[in-house]
Design a protein around this ligand. Sequence first.
Ligand SMILES: [Zn+2]
Length: 382
Amino acid sequence: MQFGNNRASPPDSLELEVSVFGTGFGESVLVHFGEDRWILVDSCRDPETRSPIALEYLSKLGVDISRGIKLIVASHWDDDHIAGISEVFTQAQSAVFACPITLAKPEFEVVVAVMTGTRFVSGGSGADEIFAVLKEIKTREEGGRGYHTARLAEANKILLELDGSSHVRVQALSPSDAEIVSATQRLRTIPIPEEGTPRVRLPRFHSNNASVAISVELHNGELLLLGADLEERGLAGVGWAAVVNEWPHHRGKHRVFKVAHHGSRNGHLDDIWQVLLRENPWAIVTPFKQGGTRLPTRQDCERLLGYTDLGRLAGGRYFTRYRDPDPAVRREIGERTRAARFVTSREGQVRLRKSINTDEDWRCELFGDANIIEASFIARID
Ligand SMILES: [Zn+2]
C-alpha cells in the first residue's frame, strides 16, 4: 500500500469515515464512527506486503488497534472476505467478533473439526480463520480478561450499539429465518468423521446466501448499507427480497452502499435502490477476478450508472499468475492445485469522510487503483 501524506492522515475525532479496500480478489471495509472508534467488516491482504490491509491502514493512521476496533464482522467465510481476519482480531483486543449464525454450535464445531483436520486446507481458508478466531477467544477467556464470545449474526440482530457523541448502531439484515432453516438442513447431511477414517474437504457451502448484510447507523442518523455478497434469488423470504421486506421504513434510507456481491447481476434487486437507498447514493463496488470470472461486468457497471453517478470501484482490475517467494510454498501450491491464480495487482481504496455534526455530503477520495464508474470508464471495459 502506497502512502502519501494525505492517505495517512487520520480522521478528526468528530469525523466519520467509510473506507472500502479492494484488491481484485478480496475486500475489506472500515468505518470510523467517531472518537477513534472503528468497525471492520471483512478482511483481505495487501497484495504486496501480505498484511491485512485494514491493519496496515490503521497503523499508518496511528490508531491504537487494541482499543480502537470495537467490532469485527466476517460477512461470510469465502476466501476473498476473510483473509487475515483472525490476525486483525488477535490485535483488536477489545473487539467483538461477529459471523453468520448459519455456522452456529454444534454445526460450527463440526465444521471446524472436519475442515481443520484436512491436510490440504491451507492458510487463508475460512476454516483456518474460524479456528484461529475461536482460539483467540479461548485465550482471552482463560486469561481472565474481559472478552466477548462470538456474536452470531442473523436478520434484525444488533451487533453493536453505543451512545454518546460517537453513536453507532450496527444491525444485521441477513441471513433470514428461511435461510437459517435451509442452512441447518444442509449441515445435517455432513457426516461426522470417525477416528482413523480419511477426511475429505466439505462440499462448498452456498455461503453467499447466508452472507451478513449490515445496516450501520452513525451519528445524526447517517445510514450505511454494507451489502456483503448477499444475492437475490427471486424467492420471498431469502436474499435481498427478505431484507427489503423486513426493513423498517421509519429508520430512513441509506446514503452509502457497499454494493452487494461485487456489483454482479445476482446481487442486484431494483428494490434495494427504491426502498433501502436514498436517491443517487454513494455506491462502492469491489472487483472480483478469478479464472474466467470478472466482476463487475460492463453490464453491471452500466446498470449501476443508471441508479447513481456516485459509483466508485475500489481495487485492482488486472489478473496475473501468483508466484509465492517461498519455494516450499510454491511446491505446495503446485501439488494441490492445477493452476493457482491470485490477483497480485495493486490495491485500491475509496474513502468517504464527513464531519459528525453537519448535514454536508460525504467527501470522496480515491487512493491506489480506484476509479469513478462513469461512461468513459465503462467504455474501457472489454
Ligand atoms: Zn466476494
